[in-house]
Every structure is written in C-alpha cells, then in structure tokens.
Design a binder for this molecule. Structure first.
Ligand SMILES: C[S@@+](CC[C@H](N)C(=O)[O-])C[C@H]1O[C@@H](n2cnc3c(N)ncnc32)[C@H](O)[C@@H]1O
Length: 222
C-alpha cells in the first residue's frame, strides 16, 4: 500500500464516521496527528506527545502495552515499533479500521490488535506491562462515564507485577462557572483514586490550549 492509498482510506473512513456518528471526535478536524504517515489532526502529533510526556522512558521491546480509547490507533501503531505487543480498545469501529490500515501500511500488524469495544466491556486475555489512558476517562462524547473507582481498579487488575500506568486527563477549565467544569471534577476524582491504587511517581498539571490537563505516572503495587 502507498501512502496516498492510506490517506485515501483514512479520509473515506472519516467521512463514513461523520455520517454514522454525529457526536464524534471527527466532526471538525481529525483528533490525532502522526508524523510517520504525514497525517495532521487537532492534537500535537503522537511523536511530539510521546516526547512531551516522557513516554520513551517506558519503552521495552519485551513489554505488552494497552492503549485505552485508542482513537485513530496512531499510538498503538507507534508503540508497536517499541514494544512486543500493542493493543487498543476503542468502541468506534471506523476509527479501529483506520488503525488497522495504518498498521498494515507500517508493517506492524502482527504486533497489534484493535478491540471494537468500550473499556468497561473489554476482557483482557493477557496482563499488560504498560497501560495508557490518554484523554480516555470521562470523554467529552459521554461514552465513558464509569466511576473512577471502577475504571482505575480495572486498570490496576490488568497490570502485570511491576507494570506502569500513565494517565492524561481530558482538558478542563479551572473556572467553576464553565460548562466543562465536570471535566475538572472528574480529573480530581481520578487523581484521588489513582493515589489509592498505585504508587505514584509523577503527578503534574500543564496548560492545554485555553484549558489544563493533569498527568500521572504510576506503578503497580503488585
Ligand atoms: C479524547 S479522545 C482521546 C484519543 C486518544 N486516547 C488520544 O489521546 O489521542 C477519546 C477517545 O476515547 C474513545 N472512547 C469513548 N468512550 C470510550 C469507552 N467507554 N471506552 C474506550 N474508549 C472510549 C473515543 O471514541 C475517542 O476515540
């Protein structure tokens, strides 16, 4: 497959998704960006986010990784270059198809798997050494509304002994009167529960556009 064929298939799947899912992350601009395939979306590229979040330090060619809310699958594809196995959980089948096509183009399909399911309904067949929840808890499409306790306990159970978990919140305003303030509340609950369940090694907030995000690096206590 040539790069132009991959781009064509991605744009066709985006159009299909727009018509099928009025509330999706694709309505204005695609969400994820990926330099490796020269694809531009709303967020910084996965390469830049990996550098900014310090995720290269977690690379391990013998480790298995899970990306929750994997969207276009670009983190799954990039992680497949650096881990033994790279799996995604994403309820939107059109987005998973984009991920599968991207992994085929990059010749990493045999290391990857995309599960067409919500995280709360996902049954893992293996323990994972690294789990990433990047803007996937309390999503603004409202498709993720489990309690922080349920969500992060499930991650804790799925991690292998010595496993590492990385959390990025959805973006939130600090202003109580904002209609998006529920995202701030959700992030505070997430921080509280993650501290109860894991050994936290880093916890910090950064500006993100006009809002903020919180990040946590945590280790399994097993
Ligand atoms: C804000 S986007 C973040 C995408 C990606 N993790 C990133 O940071 O680039 C949230 C993603 O989570 C997915 N999602 C929504 N509800 C979900 C659920 N219950 N379980 C897993 N993923 C979900 C959405 O379809 C969307 O792709």
């Amino acid at each position: 497959m040539e790069l132009c064929d991959l781009h064509k298939s991605i744009h066709e799947l985006i159009e299909k998704d727009k018509s099928e899912n009025p509330v999706s992350y694709n309505q204005e601009k695609p969400y994820q960006s990926y330099e490796r395939i020269e694809f531009e979306g709303l967020r910084w590229s996965v390469e830049k986010r990996i550098r900014e979040y310090g995720l290269e330090a977690l690379y391990d060619s013998s480790a298995k990784v899970l990306d929750i809310g994997s969207n276009f699958g670009f983190f799954v594809a990039e992680f497949a270059h650096h881990f033994a196995l790279s799996h995604g959980v994403e309820p939107n089948q059109n987005l998973n198809e984009i991920g599968r096509n991207t992994c085929t183009y990059l010749k990493v399909s045999e290391k990857t798997e995309f599960n067409d399911v919500k995280f709360q309904d996902f049954h893992a067949e293996t323990e994972y050494d690294r789990i990433f929840s990047l803007a996937a808890f309390f999503t603004s499409d409202k498709n993720e509304r489990t309690s922080a306790d349920q969500y992060f306990s499930k991650i804790e159970r799925m991690l292998s002994p010595g496993g590492i978990f990385f959390y990025e919140s959805t973006s939130y305003p600090l202003d109580e009167s904002s209609e998006d303030y529920s995202h701030y509340i959700a992030s505070r609950k997430a921080i509280e529960i993650i501290h109860q369940l894991f050994d936290v090694t880093k916890s910090y907030e950064t500006p993100s556009g006009r809002y903020h995000r919180h990040f946590i690096l945590a280790h399994s206590r097993k």
